[in-house]
Design a binder for this molecule. Structure first.
Ligand code: NAI
Length: 367
């Protein structure tokens, strides 16, 4: 099972949930308490105009219910942006289940979640996310058909996410190093869990030299033993001289101080929301470090959940290369950092024009 990281912040900085709903343009929010199983959950549908809202079910602890709802709202918007740029006929949504301190019957809790999803009549389609497993998706499938990532429905999306991240790293390297390939490059991977482990395989097969860090030492050792990576202490990760830094652990790992410390030319990994804010997007650009926006590069798992295992799947994920290249070129033309350029592209697809009110972005960062 995935490990939950630090608790996400409370509703701040917006303070008020309705302000957040308005700023993020969230379509609907559903909240459920089930007295029988103790399920406390929220489903946020950000935008269903392009299709049903597809997004993961997150299962983790929160400081309080408001923090969980705020997390669902922000993550739901990110899914709309991700689906829009991935070109799949889905909108964006997210479900959050609050993880209780004791968990008497996990399958029963997820079966109750399935009933909640069923009530929405297909407007939300569930997928795996932080804290959930294929078994959880199977439990959800007992009470609703509106679920992916079951055994029959493709299973764990991490290998597809990792494949997309590798394609994205290739695009970013080609952009930053004038058409160069990735063979022989030095890549640092922060976090070798579900996605990071598969990414290490993808990269080592292509002659990349790897450094990895994980707070779970066994996870790092497995990658060292299997792919010949060198292990780095988690606190030294920003000091390693490398070509690519690939964040594949938690969000919010690169703040302004880390942006100054990093000794790489490209930041490209799976982690959602790896930058603490738009100012870091700008700080990286100012240092000549090319940032591959999270919701573009990590869309492989979403594309797999949307399309299922079919013939076109890998080529559709590989198209992340072209989308990222288009983002880099737009950033260059607009003289804006790539994170913002990607948001503008998604907003053009969703709303016909970019949202120019900076208030709609501050604190509402794509996660
Ligand atoms: P995971 O929980 O399986 O792996 C994360 C790894 O990071 C764990 O091994 C954990 O021990 C390690 N870690 C935690 N804190 C760390 C730190 N400070 N330094 C170094 N290592 C640390 O999660 P998963 O599924 O691999 O996802 C990784 C990231 O990619 C997350 O941010 C997730 O939201 C994002 N993502 C994952 C997708 C998927 O298909 N699984 C899809 C899109 C985004």
């Amino acid at each position: 099972m995935r490990k939950s990281g630090s608790l996400p912040p409370d509703v701040t900085p917006g303070g008020d949930l309705f302000t957040l709903i308005r700023d993020l343009r969230v379509e609907r929010v559903y909240v459920r308490h089930d007295p029988v199983t103790g399920l406390d959950a929220v489903i946020a549908l950000h935008d269903t105009r392009r299709g049903p809202a597809l997004g993961g079910v997150r299962f983790r602890s929160y400081t309080n219910g408001n923090a969980a709802i705020a997390d669902a709202l922000r993550l739901a918007r990110a899914m709309s942006y991700k689906a829009a740029l991935a070109g799949i006929p889905y909108g964006g949504g997210k479900a959050v289940m609050l993880r209780p301190e004791t968990l008497p019957d996990r399958a029963q809790l997820f079966t109750a979640m399935g009933r909640f999803i069923e009530e929405l009549g297909g407007r939300y389609v569930a997928a795996m996310d932080s804290g959930t497993t294929v078994d959880d998706m199977e439990a959800i499938a007992r009470t609703t058909d509106h679920v992916t990532c079951t055994r029959a429905g493709g299973g764990d999306p991490a290998p597809y996410t990792a494949f997309g991240v590798r394609c994205g790293i290739e695009a970013a390297v080609a952009e930053r190093f004038d058409g160069k390939g990735i063979e022989g490059l030095r890549v640092v991977i922060q976090g070798v869990g579900h996605v990071g482990h598969h990414l290490a395989r993808e990269l080592s097969q292509r002659g990349v030299r790897l450094w990895v860090a994980d707070v779970d030492h066994d996870a790092a050792e497995r990658v060292r033993n299997t792919y010949g990576a060198q292990i780095v202490a988690p606190e030294e990760i920003f000091d390693i001289e490398c070509d690519v830094f690939a964040p594949c652990a938690l969000g919010g790992v690169i703040d302004k101080a880390a942006a100054v410390r990093l000794k790489c030319k490209v930041v490209a990994g799976a982690a959602n929301n790896p930058l603490t804010g738009p100012e870091v997007d700008a700080a990286l650009a100012a240092r000549g470090i090319l940032y591959a926006p999270d919701f573009v590069i990590n869309a492989g798992g979403l594309i797999a959940a949307a399309l299922g295992v079919e013939g076109r799947l890998m080529s559709k994920i590989a198209a992340i290369r072209d989308t990222l290249t288009a983002v880099f070129h737009a950033a260059h033309e607009q003289r804006t950092p790539p994170g913002r350029a990607a948001e503008r592209m998604a907003e053009e697809t969703l709303y016909g024009a970019p949202i120019e009110d900076p208030g709609a972005h501050s604190g509402a960062g794509v996660a």
